[in-house]
Design a protein around this ligand. Structure first.
Ligand SMILES: *Cc1c(COP(=O)(O)O)cnc(C)c1O
Length: 489
């Protein structure tokens, strides 16, 4: 597989790069991002051949179709990380929750959110590449809660990689904070910032553009890389669970092979939905991809009106904070796939300059042939959580937004696969509030209430966090970040 740039090539950078180059240095001409030059066509024969395949065997063959320039032994080692999920034989359970609706649970990894699906194997690949090249990499992350723990977990004690993770002090849930500040590997540094997520993210951007910082890194012979979802190394692992979930429906007798289904994706940076789109292009029988948002509904607006409009918007804090995003980075890869490099460059530059772009009528028609979208506010979301619980299913607020889309966007009586992106333990105060009306300020109180009303234990991985010693207690003003990161290196 060769990767090319979404906004075209400036004649300075290579016009094509290999997969490994794209994941080690994701920067592109004109601020674009890497995409595969073409997608493998798998089609029905592939599905039929994998009807009985286990998750890792399926994964190996999906990845093989991309012809990555990665040592197969490293791929196997990366996929072995799925053995650390709750059930190694079934890392992604698919559960029927009501007539025609199946939930694909992507949160059974070590940090209890779907970021593990991609970051667990990605960590192995990146570290293996760095080691073989004799290079050292620094991964910088700013997190609002789920990416941080998953990034730290995957790179913990891995060769040739260091991670500095910035989070807004007081801006994450207790569980998310504990998952970060109790990590104690020597190659990890967790830094709390006085401020909100935007402050953490802007501090990171300042650092990335500081020439002084760059020079210091060069002195230490360290390169910068990124583990956010613009890194194609994450997207590649996300194709697998879409194929798997479909095959699981066939195995459960819910659908016939080749029957069309809806995929329903709670979306923020659009990595999950983008990979759904890629699998559709590779031959998965998908009627439409349903995009579910919260009140930060830029994606819903884009898909319904053709306007991506940030002019009158500021991020709204919601109970599904992993989707509190206005600049959704992977939409750019959809623009590229549908309209090509030149148009993508024009649209993205317009967004940078004017905070706005508008698709033509024809372009919108092509977007709407693939996607439908709706958004769900916090109150509605709680109603869906409560209703699902009455019917025996406990779900988190991100997953909850999908049920609004199910109510409004289906125009055919087909089965739907809803992707569940977090376990109830990660956003427990919202769920406890939906179930009992209580308003907890501490996660531990909410966890205990949910465990009681649902009659289930708090998973060991979560309850143990509250007894672990805090080893990462740095909390600083953002002006001091550069010094702190350099001292760590
Ligand atoms: C990251 C995340 C999302 C959004 O996924 P994208 O791929 O960025 O669209 C949704 N829910 C949860 C719980 C997440 O952690």
């Amino acid at each position: 597989m060769k990767c090319i740039e979404t906004r075209g090539n400036d004649g300075q950078r290579p016009a094509f790069v290999s997969f490994s180059e794209a994941i080690l240095s994701p920067m592109c001409s004109y601020g674009g991002i890497y995409v595969p030059e073409s997608l493998p066509e798998l089609g029905m024969a592939f599905l039929e051949a994998h009807i009985d395949a286990g998750y890792k065997a399926l994964a190996r063959d999906v990845l093989a179709a991309f012809e990555l320039d990665i040592d197969p032994a490293a791929i196997d080692e990366a996929l072995n990380l799925y053995d650390g999920f709750d059930d190694p034989a079934q890392p992604v359970p698919v559960v029927k929750v009501r007539e025609n609706v199946y939930v694909s649970e992507l949160y059974h990894g070590p940090t209890r959110a779907f970021k593990d699906m991609a970051l667990q194997p990605f960590g192995v690949l990146l570290s293996d590449l760095a080691r073989k090249r004799g290079e050292h990499y620094l991964i910088l992350v700013a997190t609002s809660g789920d990416t941080g723990p998953a990034t730290l977990e995957t790179f913990k004690n891995r060769a040739n990689i260091k991670v500095a993770c910035l989070y807004p002090d007081g801006g994450t849930s207790d569980v998310q904070r504990l998952q970060m500040v109790t990590e104690d590997a020597a190659n990890l540094k967790v830094i709390g910032i006085h401020g909100n997520f935007d402050d953490a993210q802007s501090a990171l951007k300042t650092l990335l553009t500081s020439t002084d910082f760059k020079t210091k890194l060069e002195e230490k012979r360290t390169f910068l890389s990124a583990a956010n979802s613009v890194n194609f190394g994450r997207i590649i692992f996300q194709q697998i669970y879409h194929f798997h979930s479909y095959l699981e429906l066939v195995r459960q007798g819910a659908i016939e092979m080749a029957e069309m289904v809806y995929l329903n994706v709670p979306s923020g940076n659009f990595g999950n939905a983008l990979s759904a789109y890629y699998t559709m292009r590779m031959g998965l029988p998908v009627e439409k991809i349903l995009i579910s948002s919260n009140r930060n509904n830029v994606l819903t607006e884009l898909i319904n009106t053709g306007c991506y409009d940030l002019r009158e918007r500021a991020v709204i804090g919601t109970t599904s904070p992993a989707m509190d995003i206005l600049k959704s980075s992977n939409i750019e890869r959809i623009l590229y796939a549908l309209y090509g490099q030149q148009r993508t460059k024009t649209l993205m530059q317009q967004l940078d300059a004017d905070n706005y772009y508008e698709l033509s009528g024809d372009e919108l028609t092509r977007l709407r042939a693939v996607f439908s979208a709706d958004y769900c506010d916090d109150e509605q979301g709680k109603t869906y959580i409560k209703e699902a619980f009455k019917n025996g299913y406990l779900m988190d607020p991100h997953t909850g937004t999908c049920f609004k889309t199910l109510d409004t966007q289906l125009d055919k009586p087909l089965k739907t696969i809803v992707y569940s992106t977090a376990e109830w333990t990660k956003f427990s105060p919202t769920i406890a509030n939906a179930l009992t009306g209580e308003t907890d300020t501490q996660d531990i109180d909410a966890l205990n209430s949910i465990a009681r009303v649902a009659n289930i234990p708090i998973p060991e991985r979560i309850s143990a966090l509250f007894d672990k010693p805090v080893t990462q207690d740095t909390v600083i003003d953002k002006v001091n970040i550069e010094r702190e990161v350099l001292a760590f290196l």
